[in-house]
Structure formats: C-alpha cells, structure tokens
Design a protein around this ligand. Structure first.
Ligand code: CUA
Length: 241
C-alpha cells in the first residue's frame, strides 16, 4: 500500500506536467484567425476550456499506461502469474460520475454563453443579406441601395437578417467565429459585434452547387461615421447618440 501511494504520487505529478505540455502543443498547432468580434472572445475561451480537458484526459490515460507498461513489465526469470482481481466498484462509480459532472458543467457553460452572445441588443443595427447561386447582396431595411460588399460599423451590435433566393447557404466570417445557415423560404438571424477594423472574407459554408467555393464576399469593418456615409443615410450609431 505504501508502495502504491508512491506510484500514484509520481503518476499524479507526471500527469500534471504532461497536461501542460500537451495543452501547449495543441495551442501552438491550432492557429486561429484573430478575434474579430465580442462573440469570438467568448467562444475561444470555451475552446481553451475544451483543450485543457482534452490535454488532461490524454495525459491521464497515456501516463498511466506507459508508466505501468514500463514499471510492471516482466523481469528476467520472473515466471509468476499476475495477481487476480475482479472489478472495483469505487473506481467504476468515480469514472462514471466525474465525467458526467464535467459534461454537465460544459453543457451549462455553453448554454449560458449561447444565450449571452445571441441575445437581442437595444441598439443593434439590422443588415439584410441575400444569398444566391453564387453571390451575396447586402442592403439596409428601408433602402434601395444594394451592395455586394458587406460594410460593418466597428463596435456596434449587428443583426443579420438573411434570406436565400434558391438553395441552402451559410454565412461565415471565421474571425467572428459565428455562423448561420440561410434557408430558402424563411429569414434566419445572426448576431455579432465586430471589434476590429479591417478587411475580412465572408465564406459560404454550406455546399450549394458548382461554384460554392466561389461564393465569397468582401467584408469591411469601418468606423461608424464611414458606415453611415457608405449607406448615405442617417444611421443610428453609438457616436450619433
Ligand atoms: Cu452558397 Cu455554398
């Protein structure tokens, strides 16, 4: 028993060390585009949380296995049978209940976050998007002006109201981290708040025919005044209030 405590202590330390190493490797390998919206920050924190759990579980299994294979291997001249034992109720309860708690905790975290990043904002700006084979039209409600470029005001909550002329499409700007299907015959919505001025690319993320991969649009996140000028109308933005 004394000996087992020593083994478990060593394994515990090794698992902690390997968890940090595996997390560091995962984090270095998974190069994400910049966080271009408030939603991106929240979603990335959840991805980090998952990476920590993945790193820990991988280390736990691997360290236990390699440690046991190495330390308890059959030595020269050892013909003994291994010790026989059957089951371990405490262990089985532990490895059922602990993962269940982790899954429920992540489920709770995700539910609260989803409600938060999709919730309606009082000052949100509505922009219409129409997807078609194979391109995009953008417009503001109560405006005849149509743009093939999506111009967005920085630091303002946006609600995209999206329709399709023909088949399923999907609105996806990787830097914003959120995406939403566009369904013929109905209007779907997507909320995000762009936080970094610059050029982005909107990518259709639902297979929609021959030129699906060409169904992209330029996205520009610009100062709020420039957004208002582009649409040549009084747009109620934060700076005009
Ligand atoms: Cu539209 Cu793919």
């Amino acid at each position: 028993m004394q000996n087992n405590t020593r083994h478990f202590s060593i394994i515990g330390v090794l698992v902690v060390i390997f968890t940090f190493v595996v997390y560091w490797v995962l984090d270095a390998v998974l190069q994400f585009p910049i966080q271009g919206s408030t939603q991106a920050v929240a979603i990335d924190s959840m991805i980090q949380g998952h990476l920590w759990i993945i790193a820990f579980l991988f280390s736990l299994v691997t360290v236990f296995m390699v440690y046991s294979l190495f330390l308890f291997r059959r030595r020269e001249g050892d013909d003994e049978e291994g010790q026989y034992f059957h089951g371990h109720t405490g262990l089985e309860i532990a490895w059922t209940v602990l993962p269940m708690i982790v899954v429920i905790a992540f489920g709770y975290w995700a539910t609260v976050m989803l409600a938060d990043i999709t919730k309606r904002q009082d000052n949100e700006i509505v922009i219409n998007a129409e997807g078609f084979q194979w391109g995009w039209n953008f417009s503001l409600p109560n405006s005849d002006q149509i743009s093939q470029e999506l111009i967005l005001p920085v630091d303002m909550p946006i609600r995209m109201d999206m329709t399709s002329k023909d088949v399923l499409h999907n609105f996806w700007v990787p830097e914003f981290r959120v995406k939403q299907d566009i369904v013929p015959g109905r209007t779907t919505h997507l909320r995000f708040t762009p936080t970094v001025e610059g050029d982005y690319t909107l990518i259709c993320s639902e297979l929609c025919g021959l030129n699906h991969t060409g169904m992209i649009a330029k996205v520009r996140v610009v100062p709020q005044a420039e957004f208002a000028t582009f649409w040549s109308q009084e747009v109620q933005t934060a700076s005009s209030k």
